[in-house]
Design a protein around this ligand. Structure first.
Ligand code: C2O
Ligand code: CU
Ligand code: CU
Length: 536
């Protein structure tokens, strides 16, 4: 519960299954960046949850804490944040690295096959739990909100790294509080390597750069999370300034050689349409679930919240002093008859600069782009038990908020159409039926509504088909060439009027897992559900 004074504004917000009054105290120097009154505390774990904790030997043990802190985001001034800090307590000290000066959590460096223990201590004045986004771990290690711990609480994770080489991330997942906690600074990267990747010579060390893109609104020296009433909750919160790795006006000094850029859209709700300002195509090495079969190029890359791509960029033909900008191009932002405007001064679909890369030195080595990268070992549609009758999840507005098949999150609730059989492969279809506060409501079709970045916990999936309804075509046409559907994915952007079919295996861990919209305001409002993988 908040003990913070209300310093300035108050607003109404949707959360969980109903309307709760939240107050934000964001501006006094001593206050937490995003204090709100807490919602009812979490339900305790389901009795049927399997415990996979062993306390046995591990390759790496990390102590991870969430803390209140201040960070110098703009020079000379301290900004209040909530952030993660970590320390390796056993194993290779290189398993954790920090992004200097950033509020972002430390980067974890794992290897496929490693056994990892992470001891999480929650020292922020709010309940929390950590989720390893994109990692395939047992249900009790996945950071489901039913495991959230209060301030002073601890949760011990232990799992084997099963994922392929690539870029993953971690962030809080307490129900109703994920948006404000991520916004306050709680997020970090997880970089996984494996034999396949090590056999390639991709840029590494100082030539392998994290590029975590987020948007924040400042009031003086403080970041403010003020979803300004119902409209911002319905839309998602859009910050007014773009930060990269926690810094505004991001500028990288690079050597005249090739680089790997680990791009994560770590924003609560903003979508980016990333491009180089000189129109050079983007060369993509990975999607959410790791290395592609071979590099692909795109005129631009469309990245919804939580999606990742690693880009290849060669500054080898540039001279010292040359710069290139990574920008976000304008696109047609879907809206619902003008009813969903929101209050950001940087509306969705606006173009802006993201980061500048200036060649400031020559290089004495470089890496060349490999022709092929990995064997993704994709599933085949023939494996699917429902290849001609996809399990459809309709994304739509119902009274009071966004829903999945008309339902909102309940801590342990699983509907009959959310039960899956362990050991099977299925086709799921995410259908964005539009709908909004205004003209789109109840109308279906793409005439209104918002994009929803749909995420599934557990195993990665493949995108096997997309289609668009006529009413949503204009907005879709302005982003679709930037979809990278060539690799494993855990999050997929679904535009209004769009249907996306995915193929997914349920073959590693049984149990209760989440699927949800990764627009964090939508997620916190309850646009999230459980699915259960049942053993025969
Ligand atoms: Cu990145 Cu369930 O979330
Ligand atoms: Cu996840
Ligand atoms: Cu959504």
């Amino acid at each position: 519960m908040s003990k913070k004074p209300v310093t300035r504004r108050s607003f109404l917000a949707f959360s969980g299954g109903g309307v709760a009054a939240l107050v934000v105290a964001a501006c006094t120097p001593s206050s937490d960046p995003t204090t709100t009154t807490s919602l009812t505390s979490t339900t305790s774990a389901d009795a049927t949850t399997t415990t996979t904790f062993t306390g046995g030997p591990v390759d790496v043990e990390i102590s991870l804490r969430s803390i209140r802190d201040t960070v110098e985001i703009r020079s000379g001034v301290d900004t209040d944040v909530w952030r993660y800090i970590a320390e390796v307590t056993e194993g290779d000290p290189g398993a954790v690295s920090v992004i200097e000066g950033s509020y972002l959590g430390p980067t974890f460096h794992f290897r496929k096959g490693q056994r990892v223990r992470i001891i999480f201590d929650n020292d922020i004045p709010d309940r929390s739990i950590v989720h390893w986004h994109g990692l395939d771990v047992p249900e009790d290690m996945d950071g489901h909100p039913r495991f959230a711990v209060p301030e002073g609480g601890r949760y011990v994770y232990e799992f084997t790294v099963e994922n392929r080489a690539g870029t993953y991330w971690y962030h809080p997942h307490p129900h109703g509080r994920t948006g404000p906690q991520v916004y306050a600074g709680m997020a970090g990267l997880i970089l996984i390597t494996d034999d396949e990747e090590e056999a390639l010579s991709l840029p590494s060390g100082e030539f392998d750069l994290p590029v975590v893109i987020q948007d924040r609104t400042f009031d003086g020296d403080q970041m403010v999370y003020l979803p300004n009433g119902m409209m911002d909750q319905m839309n998602g919160f859009l910050g007014e300034e773009i930060l990269v790795n926690g810094s505004p006006d991001a500028a990288f000094g690079v050597a005249a050689r090739s680089y790997r850029l680990r791009i994560l859209n770590g924003s609560n709700s903003r979508i980016y349409k990333l491009a180089w300002d000189d129109s050079t195509p983007l060369v993509v090495l990975t999607t959410d679930g790791g290395l592609l079969e071979s590099p692909v190029t795109r005129p631009y890359v469309t990245l919804g919240p939580a999606e990742r791509v690693d880009l290849w960029v060669d500054f080898g033909t540039d001279s010292v002093g040359d710069s290139r900008k990574l920008i976000s191009l304008p696109f047609i932002a879907p809206s619902s008859g003008g009813m969903m405007g929101g209050s950001s001064s940087l509306p969705l679909g606006t173009g802006f600069d993201v980061a500048t890369f200036t060649v400031d030195r020559t290089a004495d080595s470089t890496d060349t782009l490999p022709d092929s990268l990995s064997d993704p070992a994709f599933a085949s549609l023939d494996e699917a038990i429902n290849r001609n009758s996809a399990r459809v999840v309709t994304l739509a507005m119902a009274a009071g908020g966004w829903t999945l098949n008309g339902r909102r999150f309940e801590m342990l609730d699983v509907a009959s159409d959310e039960e899956v059989k362990f050991g099977t492969t299925e086709v799921w279809e995410f259908y964005n039926a539009g709908g909004g506060m205004g003209g789109g409501m109840g109308g279906g079709g793409g005439g209104g509504g918002l994009p929803h970045p749909m995420h599934m916990h557990g195993q990665q999936f493949q995108i096997i088909a997309r289609s668009i309804e006529d009413s949503g075509r204009n907005a879709w046409d302005s982003v679709r060439e930037g979809y990278v559907d060539d690799g494993w994915k855990d999050t997929v952007l679904v535009m209004p009027g769009e249907r996306v079919r995915v193929l997914r295996r349920f073959t590693t861990f049984p149990g209760l897992f989440l699927y949800h919209c990764h627009n964090l305001e939508h997620e916190d409002m309850g646009m999230m559900r459980n699915f259960r993988i049942n053993e025969a």
